[in-house]
Unconditional design. Structure first.
Length: 179
């Protein structure tokens, strides 16, 4: 085996990315404090060709040096929009026929591996504040609440880790037709 050079990876240019078919997912970041987490979500969203990121509340917006540090340019490829109030964003997404998925531990949540994507559906995936999680008001507006299975002593993942796990699993089910 030989490690591949960047020139051998056949990555899209920013223009090619902008014109490519997107995965029908919008990521919604609800009051995320860490600029590094925000940048990581941009980078992960680029990797899975996500439609857009919606930044809400105290979530910082590009351009910002600390977002760029982890985004590595993904703020240039992935579309984004800012809303001061997350309910406004959720209502607009619902009007555009997105199914709202909150990533949160709630009664009657669906375990991530059991969540079935439906052909032709568009999804908006909400990731909440690092301490408080997704707001109850947004959980009430959600079509689904998904929980990532965990087996250790801790009860949560870092937001950037959660985004990586959830977006990969949804991407697999939508794009690779894995059930």
């Amino acid at each position: 085996m030989r490690k591949l050079k960047n020139s051998e990876l056949n990555r899209l240019s920013v223009d090619e990315f902008k014109n490519s078919e997107k995965t029908p997912i919008v990521v919604v970041l609800d009051n995320i404090r860490s600029l590094n987490n925000i940048g990581s979500v941009f980078r992960t969203s680029d990797a899975f060709v996500i439609e857009k990121i919606v930044l809400c509340g105290i979530t910082a917006t590009p351009p910002h040096r600390d977002i760029q540090k982890t985004a590595l340019g993904a703020t240039e490829s992935v579309d984004w929009k800012y809303y001061e109030h997350i309910p406004d964003a959720i209502l607009e997404l619902k009007e555009k026929n997105y199914k709202i998925i909150s990533i949160e531990q709630v009664n009657n949540s669906i375990s991530l591996e059991r969540f079935a994507v439906l052909p032709g559906e568009k999804y908006a995936v909400v990731f909440g504040n690092e301490i408080k999680g997704v707001q109850q008001e947004i959980i009430n507006m959600s079509d689904y609440c998904i929980e990532i299975p965990q087996f250790g002593t801790k009860h949560s993942f870092n937001i950037s880790v959660s985004a990586g796990i959830v977006l990969w699993e949804l991407y697999r089910k939508i794009k690779l037709d894995v059930k």
